[in-house]
Design a protein around this ligand. Structure first.
Ligand code: A2P
Ligand code: 11C
Length: 337
């Protein structure tokens, strides 16, 4: 059968990628309803060669919809996702609005697909933060094998994580710099071109950013382990697409780098790229447009008894957002509708 699908935030960076992924994975779409703000009403977007008009995101926009994919910002999710669920749609929400709600499942299909069953509580499933998703795709097989006690992660995150306007800002700054002109600045508090900002999302009272605490709290929720130690430093870098992460783990049982490579070579969603002597390792430029999470630079942490270092790279707009959302929708359609 086919499913009527709404995309809330269809004109955004992630919304556009949702359409691309639905098409690339040949999701059985019946009616497609594209929703955005009044600014976009009347615009047309192309899906499978046909043009579809953008309509207003509103509480009454979801009649007859089976699955609603949301990526229009957390405030819009809080405002409209309950209405979509009340109209009978299963909502898969890419924002952070419902992630830590104990009644809402937070899901990466390679990590905890069983949690999807809990969507019946509120009709909503949350898609995790992009940085958390790719880290857990890489770590899940290791966690299952030798139990991870502690994770220390530093991220190198692309500007596309901040939305379409930030992609524009990096390009404009680079062009202005090359032309010897003053650099325009609107999205970030500092110049992002040729710079690294250790600042993603708002700062909290504990000195961490929200992005850093998402990695802590979402990992605990999806690994179903409130005691796992996670500490993160998240950094915005002048890359358009693809988040990179240096991940250090301490495990309960010893595991060698070779054994980690064996596990990850067959892990779902993972592509091992680990031939450093041939200069082959995961890079942001190589992950753009790909569905897999690339993992390499796997080596033992020689400073502790049971430690491993990895370098994990994925397309933040695809696996970090649109692809993970559509994968969840595929499971909902296959197993629950
Ligand atoms: P619009 O293009 O009409 O502003 P991005 O994260 O790439 O900036 O995209 C944000 C998405 O969320 C866009 O599709 C945007 O639509 C949508 N959006 C933002 N604000 C609203 C709003 N108040 N109502 C509905 N959609 C919104
Ligand atoms: C970034 N991780 O790269 C953010 C984007 O919680 O869904 C996604 C924010 C979120 O800026």
């Amino acid at each position: 059968r086919k499913y009527n699908v709404a995309v809330a935030g269809a004109t955004g960076a992630v919304g556009g990628a949702m359409l691309e992924v639905l098409e690339r994975r040949d999701f059985p779409v019946g009616e497609l309803r594209l929703l955005a703000s009044s600014r976009s009403v009347g615009k047309k977007l192309t899906f499978k060669g046909a043009e579809h008009p953008v309509q207003l995101l509103a509480p009454d926009a979801f009649a007859g919809i089976d699955i609603a994919l949301f990526s229009a910002g957390g405030d819009r999710s809080l405002e409209f996702a309950p209405a979509a669920a009340a109209a009978g749609a299963v909502v898969v929400d890419n924002s952070s609005a419902f992630r830590m709600d104990p009644e809402v499942p937070l899901v990466v299909p390679e990590v905890n697909p069983h949690a999807i069953a809990q969507y019946k509580n509120k009709g909503i499933i949350a898609n995790p933060n992009c940085s958390t998703i790719q880290m857990l795709v890489a770590l899940k097989p290791i966690h299952d094998a030798v139990k991870i006690k502690r994770i220390v992660v530093s991220t190198y995150q692309a500007v596309s994580g901040s939305g379409a306007e930030a992609i524009d800002e990096l390009e404009k700054q680079v062009r202005a710099w090359a032309a010897g002109q003053p650099l325009p600045r609107e999205v970030y508090p500092h110049q992002i071109a040729f710079n690294c900002l250790p600042h993603i999302d708002a700062f909290l009272d504990n000195g961490y950013t929200k992005e850093e605490m998402k990695m802590v709290n979402e990992t605990r929720k999806m690994f179903e382990d409130p005691t796992i130690g996670v500490t993160a430093t998240t950094v915005r870098v002048p890359v358009f697409y693809g988040h990179s992460e240096a991940v250090n783990i301490e495990t309960e049982k010893k595991i060698s780098a070779a054994e980690v490579r064996e596990l990850l070579a067959v892990a779902p969603g993972v592509k091992l790229v680990d031939e450093p002597t041939l200069s082959q390792y995961p890079m942001a430029l190589d992950c753009a447009g790909k569905f897999e999470t690339l993992v390499g630079r796997i080596r033992e942490d020689e400073s502790i008894a049971n430690g491993i270092n990895l370098w994990v790279v994925a397309d933040n707009i695809l696996k970090g957002a649109a692809l993970n959302t559509v994968q969840i929708a595929e499971i909902v359609a296959r197993d629950y509708l």
